[in-house]
Write a protein that binds this ligand. Sequence first.
Ligand SMILES: Cc1cc2nc3c(=O)[nH]c(=O)nc-3n(C[C@H](O)[C@H](O)[C@H](O)COP(=O)(O)O)c2cc1C
Length: 210
Amino acid sequence: MGFLILDIKDVIKLRRSIRKYKKNPIDISKIVEILEFSIWAPSAHNAMPYYFLIIEDPQVKSELVKKMAEEYENDLEKDQIAEPSRKDIIEESIRKFTAAPIILIPCLSMERMHKYPDKKRQNAEYIMAIQSVSAAIQNFLLVSYTNGFGCCWYCAPLFCQDIVRKVLGIPKDHDPQAFITVGYPDETPSPPSRIEIKKITFKNKWGQSV
Ligand SMILES: Cc1cc2nc3c(=O)[nH]c(=O)nc-3n(C[C@H](O)[C@H](O)[C@H](O)COP(=O)(O)O)c2cc1C
């Protein structure tokens, strides 16, 4: 598969979140090839506490996104967002996800993580699992970029995990963490700003500048 040969520093800096895609279909085997690099990210206990679900079937995608939109609309109603703008927000949410050729859903699983009787350590293990999934996602984004794909990491399933599980048959102890939309880019976003490194890095004691 045609990976671009780029310096790692360039890959990290040049990757952008891409939210508009060309309609070209994507061969799922390419996504699996990229996921092969996800699993080489570090993971707590080397447990790889995740599974990946690749959604490419337009009907599955559409059913999923519509069911999620119902829950989203309930939340917006609770936030007292007025009907007309609520409708626009929901339509845009449905549109952006159905327009993505692929949605990758990394699901967190605690089955290979350490088991503890107390809440403090259970919580620490769960956070380690989240961090491990995130590292795998980052590898996916970077390698996708070198392969000419654009991606965006969306948090949407975190707000309706039960619906995502139900529509896709995900077991109840597996937690959908994100939507990673994937496609050939149809936009070239300018780089968003970053907070200066010296403002968020300290030396020896909190608040002491580097
Ligand atoms: C945990 C996480 C959740 C995100 N959720 C969303 C989202 O729901 N919608 C969205 O448009 N972008 C989302 N993003 C993408 C960020 O907005 C994006 O990474 C950030 O603006 C920096 O832009 P860049 O990725 O082009 O550097 C998310 C990113 C992360 C890491």
